[in-house]
Write a protein that binds this ligand. Structure first.
Ligand code: ADP
Ligand code: NI
Length: 214
């Protein structure tokens, strides 16, 4: 099977599946991650075929999206097999999408350059102007406030606390978004993260100025 056709077919499948997704993992998030990951793959001279497929599939097994993770994993494997991806490549792709999630802050370094790139691209989409927008959209969907001055910023937390504990959109900046810059794996992503990080810092300064009505 032609690799370009496999990527194009996978893109269509994911687009159809996530068109109406409301948890911040809509098709356009996937499309941005895919584009960013492709660029990083070129700069870092990684296997772009593996990177592209993993980027397109990375959220299909997210536990916020699916009721059974095991079933979702099986379905993605089945898709790759049907699309004509070799079993060795399927294994690499499945390994990437199962290991890249942030999940409350586990900091283990990923083994392959391709995994590092997909993780960087996913994390880049959580910071900067888009990241700010996604954060407020997510907080809104959860019923959280823009900012709650009565809540403290949580430092150490379990995955469940991270997901379910009381928080606010602005708290999420301190609990995750501002930490992402330091967690980038590749040089190419670090450069982009620097700019997006400064933009968020500037944004927060203005936010608090307006909050205090200064
Ligand atoms: P991850 O699985 O990598 O922790 P998610 O898939 O939960 O991230 O995040 C989807 C988007 O919603 C990201 O942009 C993330 O920063 C944002 N988000 C996640 N949790 C919260 C939260 N508690 N408040 C505001 N935004 C959030
Ligand atoms: Ni994602």
């Amino acid at each position: 099977m032609n690799k370009e056709v496999i990527v194009a077919d996978t893109k269509e499948m994911v687009r159809t599946k996530l068109k109406n997704e409301g948890t911040g993992h809509d098709w356009y998030h996937i499309e941005r991650v895919w584009k960013t990951a492709s660029k990083l793959a070129e700069k870092e001279q990684a296997n772009s075929y593996i990177v592209e497929l993993a980027a397109l599939l990375h959220d299909l097994i997210d536990d916020k999206l699916v009721t059974s993770k095991d079933k979702a994993i099986e379905e993605v494997e089945y898709w790759l097999e049907g699309a004509g991806v070799s079993s060795k490549d399927t294994e690499r792709i499945m390994d990437i999408i199962q290991t890249i999630s942030y999940k409350g802050g586990n900091g283990r370094r990923l083994a392959s350059l391709e995994a590092q790139i997909v993780q960087d691209a996913d994390r880049l989409d959580a910071i900067g102007a888009i990241g700010i927008a996604r954060c407020f959209a997510y907080a809104g969907s959860k019923g959280d406030l823009l900012f709650d001055p009565e809540l403290s910023v949580r430092d150490e937390m379990t995955e469940q606390e991270y997901r379910e504990g009381p928080s606010s959109a602005i708290h999420h900046f301190y609990e995750k978004l501002l930490k992402l810059k330091e967690l980038m794996n590749t040089e190419a992503a670090k450069e982009i993260a620097e700019e997006r990080h400064s933009f968020m810092e500037e944004y927060l300064m203005t936010f608090f100025e307006e909050w205090e009505a200064n």
